[in-house]
Design a protein around this ligand. Structure first.
Ligand SMILES: [Cu+2]
Length: 411
């Protein structure tokens, strides 16, 4: 796992040092020198962005632009974190796990909600308000304010949480498995697939915010006071990205096809605010003038960021990914050759079993079949459509030829 490779990972699986760096970045961007020309810190700007989007009439929560709008805010925040340390990526919380005991991928667990990382889950009762329980997220974010008390008088002047005991629960109106979200619409006509996935994803999203974590993050209007919202939304974006990259469905990265029946919705066609400058918010207004008229169909919005759960990207090569390639090729040549070395000598295995007696003398047709399988495996993992389709054509051609030969040989 290389810090600085641009890949967004399950935050429980990165090193403790990298989590510390990410935490320090969130803390740092709430103060000078990380401020815009209006004196507002990078961090406090996030809440303004969220509220301005509401004001501009963007359906950032209920409509089809929910996913693209949140992709943009995540990308922009990641860029701001990178001003603190260019190596950082906006890692995600796997919301199917308890953030206080999230598997670290090595047999242990990590508490993402303590002073070492994202602050308290509310159970310490810091500045607890009797009416609603929970408590402030506290150190290291004890200075992260919330506008709740000012706006609705609920007694909360700082970001707070009230996380339910135990892991998220699964059910029709609560948490959904990644698989069920990503495949929600797969059996439907292509024009209906985005809508089905988006609908299912929103159920899990609402549950994570308002029923599971609760507190500031539980209220759409105040959720961006809690930095954990970005770890949650990186996961939302990962699920959308995974859906987009599903093998054999390359239309999902085509801006004109991906949204299907939602593709003509006003919010999908509208400029995404406040980044288009329509709300006159700094820095998307003078003097920075960073306004860009992007819509949900802009190439930069539809193109998915890279996550650790992506299938192998032949373009984004990391040592990790190439070792996976080597593992796959080894597996195929090992099993495919028909023998393995056991304690009592060579043992025949699939796919041809005893048909092949000698691993070092595969018939040409067998070799072609192995290569065809390997090429198709690799191609299915390519992260560009062209590469994937090219590879699948080559692999399938080779396999078809090999199968014809084998049919001749074995009747
Ligand atoms: Cu959200």
């Amino acid at each position: 796992m290389a810090l600085g490779d641009g890949i967004r990972r399950n935050v429980a699986t990165v090193s403790a040092q990298e989590r510390t760096l990410l935490r320090d970045a969130f803390v740092a961007i709430d103060a000078a020198p990380y401020v815009f020309s209006d004196g507002v810190s990078f961090w406090d700007k996030q809440e303004q962005v969220h509220k301005d989007a509401h004001l501009a009439g963007q359906d950032v929560h209920v409509g089809p632009a929910f996913l693209p709008w949140h992709r943009v805010i995540c990308d922009k925040l990641e860029a701001l974190l990178r001003q603190f340390d260019a190596r950082l990526s906006l890692h995600y919380w796997d919301w199917t796990t308890d953030p206080r005991a999230s598997p670290d991928g090595q047999g242990g667990t990590v508490n993402l909600m303590d002073p070492n990382f994202m602050g308290d889950d509310g159970s310490a009762g810091i500045n607890r308000v009797a009416a609603d329980g929970g408590g402030d997220i506290g150190p290291p974010f004890q200075n992260f304010e919330s506008s709740e008390d000012d706006e609705i008088g609920n007694g909360h002047t700082h970001a707070w949480r009230n996380v339910v005991a135990g892991p998220p629960v699964f059910g029709p109106t609560s948490m959904q498995s990644d698989h069920s979200i990503i495949t929600a619409g797969d059996a439907l006509p292509t024009v209906s697939q985005y809508h089905a996935m988006d609908t299912k994803l929103k159920i899990a999203h609402a549950y994570a915010h308002s029923d599971y974590i609760q507190g500031s993050i539980g209220h759409p209007h105040f959720s961006f006071h809690d930095p954990f919202v970005f770890l949650l939304h990186s996961n939302v974006d990962r699920l959308w990205a995974t859906w987009q990259r599903a093998p054999g469905r390359s239309w999902r990265v085509d801006p004109n096809q991906t949204y299907g029946i939602d593709g003509s919705a006003p919010s999908i066609l509208a400029d995404l605010e406040p980044w288009a400058g329509g709300t006159h918010l700094v820095p998307w207004a003078p003097p920075e003038n960073q306004q860009t008229s992007i819509t949900s169909k802009s190439a930069s919005v539809v193109a998915p960021p890279i996550y650790d759960t992506d299938t192998i990207g032949l373009v984004a090569t990391t040592s990790d990914k190439w070792s996976q390639v080597a593992q796959i090729l080894f597996g195929i040549t090992n099993d495919g050759s028909g023998v393995v070395l056991g304690p009592s000598g060579p043992q025949p295995v699939g796919p041809w079993g005893p048909l092949v007696a000698n691993a070092s003398h595969l018939a040409p047709a067998h070799q072609d079949a192995l290569l065809g399988i390997a090429i198709n495996e690799l191609a299915s993992m390519a992260n560009t459509t062209e590469l994937r389709e090219q590879g699948l054509r080559a692999g399938t051609r080779m396999l078809t030829g090999a199968v014809k030969q084998l049919q001749k040989l074995h009747g």
